[in-house]
Design a protein around this ligand. Structure first.
Ligand code: FAD
Length: 398
């Protein structure tokens, strides 16, 4: 305990000295944070300074081993770090699929060469990753994927199309599921492959979302040569790796959205006072609205505490299991509920899209609300999560 207290005071002094003043108080959600990569342009110069200092200290991936660019912190120390950052309202120096999805997967399944090649670049924000799972004919039925990988000596030759690939146009590498054995039972013929997006034959075509802000892409592979050394785990064993990664993805989505990313910069109560209140410190006069706000805040806090418990377990070395489906369903539904409440409180002010007459945070409210529609689809739909919960958590028959 004394050790942790010492660590807390050291970490606090380090944060005070190293996080640029301009970023303190700017705790944006993970979605709006720094995703890094070769194409990244910081919106403020201090973001780069903060990223460089934090990654040199191992604080972009606090619990990863130091040899791979992490901080080598114990779960308890990492929690202290995140508490001290929250207390100062310091934003995460880096976010993205590298840290939340492919990094933990490589730590568990990658070869030593793959870890050496990719992990430090992830912690430094040098390489941005995207996820090539879904295909035009394979979403919920992911194991039905058809992107082919043909044996070509020391390479595979990849042909096929991935769809809904978030940020493929801004990414440097993609982790993808490909079919290496078309004759095997569908889950048994899949391989998990790392592909450099600069490889000849990879092309990307963006698709805009209804919110206008989150580009999806279609990603095409035409005779793309990928070294066999880029297979993660064994050939035809990709389904196990894919499911493990989905556990990380669902926890990440629950975490990112469950805290109320829909208009997170202002609390529900603040907004209700602003649009409907009589005075800044008076209770909101509409009793039924007060009750809905209180219920949403209570549910969010209870949810965040439960997620924190699971995160503590994950930091202690436990991998996310099928329970991550429960978080995914509940976290995304809370986020949608909060966003609905935000727009109903703001009324016509939450119906803007662009132009004068609206404040910036009101325009964002409209877009955040539309963005939440995708939450119960991305990372596996709520119906599919409920199937997983029924089968693998509750043990119900098919
Ligand atoms: C915002 C967002 C970001 C995304 N990012 C990525 C990404 O980066 N990379 C990537 O690979 N994919 C990504 N996706 C794709 C996502 O994983 C798929 O959309 C999702 O898995 C559903 O697949 P589908 O769209 O083909 O729908 P379908 O599988 O066609 O489903 C259609 C409907 O049928 C229901 N359904 C299907 N099967 C069952 C069943 N067995 N039981 C009950 N109901 C069922 C579904 O719940 C859904 O309502 C993203 C999606 C969104 C919305």
């Amino acid at each position: 305990m004394a050790d942790l207290d010492t660590f807390r005071s050291e970490v606090g002094s380090w944060l005070d000295a190293n996080c640029p003043e301009a970023l303190k108080g700017d705790r944006t959600s993970a979605i709006d944070g720094v995703w890094g990569g070769r194409k990244w342009e910081p919106t403020r110069p201090e973001q780069r300074t903060w990223l460089e200092r934090a990654s040199a200290q191992g604080y972009t991936a606090p619990t990863w081993p130091k040899e791979y660019g992490g901080g080598g912190l114990s779960p308890a120390e990492a929690k202290v770090l995140s508490q001290e950052m929250a207390a100062r309202r310091i934003p995460a120096p880096l976010t993205g699929f590298g840290l939340s999805m492919i990094g933990p997967t490589l730590l568990r399944f990658g070869t030593e060469e793959q870890k050496q090649e990719h992990l430090t670049k992830i912690t430094r924000g040098e390489i941005r990753w995207c996820q090539g799972y879904s295909e035009p004919g394979a979403g919920s039925d992911l194991a039905g994927l058809q992107t082919r990988a043909e044996d070509d000596g020391d390479h595979y030759l990849i042909n096929g199309t991935k769809v809904w690939t978030s940020y493929a146009d801004q990414s440097d590498w993609i982790f993808a599921l490909v079919r290496t054995d078309p004759d095997a039972k569908k889950q048994e013929g899949i391989t998990f492959l790392l592909i450099d997006m600069d490889s000849p034959g990879v092309s990307v075509s963006p698709i805009l979302l209804i919110s206008g802000s989150s580009p999806f892409c279609e990603t095409y592979f035409k005779d793309v040569r990928v070294p066999k050394a880029n297979v993660v785990s064994d050939v035809n064993a990709g389904w196990t790796v894919a499911k493990a990664l989905l556990g990380h993805e669902r926890s990440m989505i629950a975490d990112a959205f469950g805290g109320g990313a829909g208009g997170a910069k202002r609390s529900l109560a603040d907004r209700a006072r602003r649009y409907l209140g009589d005075a800044a410190d008076a209770p909101v006069s509409d009793a039924s609205l007060r009750e809905r706000i209180a219920q949403a805040e209570l549910d969010t806090r209870a949810f965040l505490l439960t997620v924190q418990r699971a995160k503590d377990a994950a930091k202690a070395g436990q991998q996310p299991g099928p329970e991550s489906s429960i978080f995914k369903v509940y976290g995304t539904e809370i986020n949608q509920r909060r966003a609905e409440l935000m727009v109903s409180i703001a009324g016509p002010s939450a119906l803007g899209w662009e132009g004068p007459g609206f404040e910036d945070d009101e325009l964002q409210l409209t877009r955040d609300w539309l963005r939440t529609r995708g939450n119960t689809i991305e990372g596996g739909t709520s119906e599919v999560q409920r199937n997983i919960i029924a089968k693998r958590v509750l043990g119900l028959p098919d």
